[in-house]
Design a protein around this ligand. Sequence first.
Ligand SMILES: CC(C)[C@H](C(=O)O)[C@@H](O)C(=O)O
Ligand code: SF4
Length: 437
Amino acid sequence: MTGKTLAEKLLSDKSGTDARAGDYVEAEIDVAMAHDITGPLAFQTFDEVTGEDADLFAPDRTIFTIDHHAPADGVQAANNHNAVREFAAKHGAHQFDVGDGICHAVLVEEGFVKPGDLVIGADSHSTTYGGIGAFGTGVGSTDLGTALATGELWFRVPETMRFEVEGELADGVYAKDLILRFIGDVGFDGCTYMAAEYGGSTIESLPIHERLVLSNMAIEMGGKAGFVEPDLRTIDYLERQTGEVVPFDDDLHSDEDATYDSVHTYRAEDLAPQVSKPSNPENAVDVTEVEGTEIDQLFVGTCTNGRYEDIKLVADILDGEELAPNVRMVVVPASKSVYQYMLQTGVFQTLTDAGAVIQSAGCGPCAGYHQGVLGDDDICLATANRNFPGREGSMQSQVYLASPATVGASALYGEITDPRGVQTERYDDTVFAEVLS
Ligand SMILES: CC(C)[C@H](C(=O)O)[C@@H](O)C(=O)O
Ligand code: SF4
């Protein structure tokens, strides 16, 4: 038998079988998550399947967040929030409230996810957890509701598509540019039901906050999961975030003779900053192709690029400058810690001086619910992950996706701008961890 991919190893471990791509396995869940939109239906399923007085499979490893419509933007949202609060309290689960932040940011920051874990979330961007070497995947509310009772779920073991990048990224080029390029190359459904695996010297050199961008957007090419093999950098990051030492398991990588669906190789030096044009993330082009496109709104945030390092990068570019007169900027920190650190370090002041509006932590206008929704003819440049028609508001509005550096540079000129012309930094993992310690 040939060796195994990381996806096969993890699902073998969680199912107690010799799992290979294509097999169906019943696997044990380590961590389960739902939020204010998907939680209420999951609770209903849980109650129906179990009878209302049953226990959660593991209350200490079950997390509910209030992040999508937070603070409540209507009565229905407010009622959903109360349903989350009541269910979490009744069952003793962890619950994060309005302003605490986006589920995917909270689970990583708070150390709920460890390398090698199997994490299910009732949210499609649950692939994010692969950035620290967990098998993270999105499930529907009914699957989640059932798994909350049993602690198990059926999986088809995915094939793996590997993205191998060697060399050094140019200044102004980030993990966001890499993932937009990958999605552009394989297409929106190119990795459907497969695990994406990102490797090579470029990926190994990336700080964790950038690795999380790669895993987060695996779903934008259909990925069931998106991995970066965990290493000592991962262990250091978790220790800095939580103070807890997680032992390093040196078997959490794909074997050299593992079977891949395909391997896509890149040279980091060849990559330019990328922009995905409306209205599909797969419409990725070099920034030079869309340079000069006028924009109305800039949106900095989301589970993809709403971390402290992302927002600080934008603030560094705007430092002492004002937004171009034709644009407005909406900034939504991914978590409360990010928000507080922005206050402590002056990033908040820099951005508001420049003319940006800063919202409480959460999803913001990412899915078009509130806090900066777009009108008919609005054109937005966002650090987000999706740009389907109507994603951030009107069906006639248009969203371009890019890195925080490209959004920051574009804010200065009011049109899509190549960040390689402005001073940009690459932050390592220590920048944000300090605030949490
Ligand atoms: C609301 C939720 C189910 C949805 C998802 O799963 O992706 C949202 O987070 C999104 O990004 O569109
Ligand atoms: S930030 Fe956007 S993509 Fe991420 S969970 Fe929230 S709505 Fe979904």
